[in-house]
Design a protein around this ligand. Structure first.
Ligand SMILES: NC(=O)c1ccc[n+]([C@@H]2O[C@H](COP(=O)([O-])OP(=O)(O)OC[C@H]3O[C@@H](n4cnc5c(N)ncnc54)[C@H](OP(=O)(O)O)[C@@H]3O)[C@@H](O)[C@H]2O)c1
Length: 265
């Protein structure tokens, strides 16, 4: 399994998240579609999406598990137990990767066969363009070789971040739900640009590249976000006026409220 390009990856459920992962693997060249297997509830729909990526469409979960080294459980959380049940024994011989929100190590210990090897994760949709996050629960039962292969393969298209099980849902709120908030900020900046005369497409491109560059600057230099903000604010200048307006309208508190709302506080 050390040669990641020959790993067989199977998806049980091939909706938004699974397609984003498959798209990321194929587009980046990390894995050819021929090494990816998928099943879903509606075979005709699956065939159409699988064909676009050159992925193998299978009629049921058993076929996917048999063809795969890694089996990614990518159905809605309430369906996980139901889809695992018929292939429970077959899964005992595979590396099982969960992407289902709220399904942690303890959950899988209850529903998988004894001594199964599994890892609970939360990816996000930017993985489709090789710029994702996969938050992983520190407690897992993959073998060392499987873990290495998982990191080598998905590390090509995502930042792999390990967190304690009780923080997986918060990691999911920040990185999994975050693309929706970032997209709202992008849209809002675009609207502001349009309000002041920029063509909409130009405004979105400017805002998107700015957001990507700011994130990259932080990731590559480790500079504190506050210091990055200060670096743009000259005394008496224009940027600090915008910062003050955002603070007056409760920008940070509103963002924190959004995460509190997800976490149920
Ligand atoms: N979307 C995100 O940003 C995101 C982020 C992090 C984690 N997740 C997790 O990813 C998982 C999937 O979410 P999603 O957004 O991709 O959902 P989705 O788009 O609704 O996809 C669900 C998939 O499950 C398939 N399915 C339903 N019943 C099935 C069955 N009995 N056997 C096999 N496949 C079945 C569906 O098939 P049909 O299409 O044929 O109906 C569909 O392909 C969830 O557990 C979620 O918590 C999602």
């Amino acid at each position: 399994m050390t040669d990641t390009a020959s790993i067989e990856v199977g998806f049980i459920g091939f909706g938004n998240m699974a397609q984003a992962m498959a798209q990321g693997l194929v587009s980046s060249g990390a894995l050819e579609g021929a090494h990816i297997h998928a099943c879903a509830a509606h075979f005709d729909k699956l065939q159409a999406t699988a064909e676009k990526l050159g992925v193998n469409a299978h009629r049921d979960a058993r076929e996917v598990v048999e063809a795969s080294d890694f089996v990614i459980l990518a159905v809605k959380p309430y369906l996980v137990e139901q889809v695992v049940q018929p292939v429970r024994d077959l899964l005992a011989d595979k590396a099982v990767i969960s992407v289902a929100a709220g399904c942690d190590f303890a959950f899988y210990e209850n529903i998988l066969a004894p001594n199964s090897r599994h890892l609970s994760t939360i990816p996000n949709t930017p993985i489709a363009v090789g710029a994702g996050v996969v938050a992983c629960e520190q407690r897992h039962s993959l073998s060392d070789e499987e873990l290495q292969a998982f990191e080598n393969l998905f590390g090509q298209i995502a930042l792999i971040e390990w967190v304690d099980g009780k923080l997986l849902s918060t990691a999911s709120s920040v990185a999994g739900c975050g693309p929706a908030f970032a997209a709202m900020f992008l849209e809002a900046l675009g609207d502001a640009g349009v309000k002041h005369g920029l063509p909409r497409a130009t405004a979105y491109r400017l805002a998107a590249q700015m957001m990507m560059g700011t994130a990259k600057l932080h990731l590559e230099t480790g500079t504190h976000p506050g210091a990055m903000k200060d670096a743009v604010c000259s005394p008496g200048g224009t940027t600090i006026k915008g910062v003050a307006a955002l603070e007056k309208d409760g920008f940070r508190g509103t963002v924190i409220d959004a995460i509190d709302a997800i976490e149920g506080e």
